[in-house]
Design a protein around this ligand. Structure first.
Ligand code: PLP
Length: 366
């Protein structure tokens, strides 16, 4: 028998979540974020599953774009950080990639290259996150420079929210307002300009309906995880796509006062039963998960006991019904939400799913 540690990727859940995006933003087209290997879910399989449902796939860099093209997927792509050098625009032209332009340097690169066909540019405005994007006061001038380049079509005006997961955060309205003002400026300066808009990530598309625009850009929502802290009417209908599973490989009873694991950080307060599970930080389980983190064993909730090792974790199963070697363990997934585990390790479900190592094999269902 091979090591039982693996992640199951439920492609039917992925389709379900995509339908929920459509139902939530029925007037928008979808740009599905598949950067970082589709948040650790496998970008090729995710792209194959969603290719007839979406208008674009969003990637971070050309390497990710090439990987998708090499697998024969020909849906247009969107390069989220844009090009790092002028020559990359030629590759984008060849591969059919729309490109974000977020700074003046990228405008200058575009002015310096020659392309055979117009490339579609998404001009990104920094409306308040202050990470990427041109400042609103420079938007009009850069728009004009881009529009003057023969091989450029400025197809979309975009921005990104900093705190859309916090529904009451007043920055959301401020960012929306600044974006609408830039859009208005461009319409006034060039009344004939036709362009689309794109603002919303998962959190915004679920909580700020006015932000949906022509293209929504869901990521985490497609993978079935909620960007919100508490309950949410739409997010609660999502189905987690990734299930991280393993099994029990040892069980022992220990006396009160005995310790478990490296650094003896967990001490038995009573006669305790400890189960050892074949998954550790080398498999993608967060090393800083605290004792008490929930773990599902045979569908029952156990608690992490002691430090996470590279290849194993230990759980207190004293209060559970009979536990045996070979019993099924879910570290997170369809029955134990990754957000709950993330909470116990001061992380986010985004990070947990995205940083799964290659050692942990994936099985695709559906
Ligand atoms: C990653 C990303 C998204 C998707 O964000 P989620 O919170 O996962 O929905 C959308 N837009 C941009 C610019 C991104 O970088």
């Amino acid at each position: 028998m091979s090591r039982p540690t693996q992640i199951r990727i439920d492609l039917n859940a992925l389709k379900h979540n995509c339908q929920l995006v459509k139902a939530t933003a029925p007037d928008s087209q979808i740009v599905a974020a598949i950067k970082a290997d589709a948040y650790g879910h496998g970008s090729v399989e995710v792209a194959r599953t969603l290719q007839s449902e979406v208008a674009r796939f969003a990637v971070s860099c050309l390497e990710e774009a090439r990987h998708i093209r090499e697998e024969g997927i020909d849906v247009p792509l969107l390069l989220l950080e844009g090009c790092f050098s002028a020559d990359e625009y030629t590759t984008c032209e060849t591969l059919g990639i729309d490109v974000v332009v977020h700074c003046e340097t990228q405008v200058a690169h575009l002015e310096a290259v020659t392309l055979c066909q117009p490339i579609h540019i998404w001009l990104k405005i920094d409306t308040g996150m202050h990470r990427l994007g041109v400042m609103p006061k420079h938007a009009l001038a850069l728009w004009a420079r881009l529009s003057a380049i023969p091989h450029v079509t400025v197809s979309t005006l975009m921005t990104h929210f900093a705190s859309a997961d916090e529904i009451k955060n007043e920055l959301n309205a401020r960012q929306l307002h600044r974006f609408m003002a830039v859009k208005q400026d461009i319409h006034e300066a060039s009344p004939d300009a036709i362009f689309s808009t794109s603002l919303a990530n998962s959190a915004a598309l679920m909580s700020i309906p006015q932000s949906c625009g022509d293209f929504v850009r869901p990521g985490i929502m497609l993978y079935g995880l909620s960007p919100f802290n508490g309950t949410h009417a739409i997010a609660d209908q999502l189905k987690p796509v990734m299930t991280f599973q393993s099994s029990v490989i040892a069980v022992r009873d220990i006396e009160p006062g005995e310790y478990v694991g490296y650094g003896n950080t967990w001490q038995a307060q009573r006669h305790s039963r400890i189960a050892t599970i074949a998954a550790g930080y080398g498999d993608g389980y967060p090393r800083n998960a605290k004792s008490g983190t929930p773990i599902l064993i045979n569908g029952q909730r156990a608690k992490l006991a002691g430090r996470v090792s590279m290849d194993m974790i230990t759980a207190d199963v004293t209060d559970l019904k009979e536990i045996n070697i070979g019993d099924e363990v879910e570290l997170w997934g369809q029955n134990l939400n990754a957000n709950e585990v993330a909470h116990w390790s001061d992380s986010s479900s985004y990070e947990l799913v995205t940083r799964m190592p290659t050692r942990t094999p994936k099985t695709f269902l559906g």
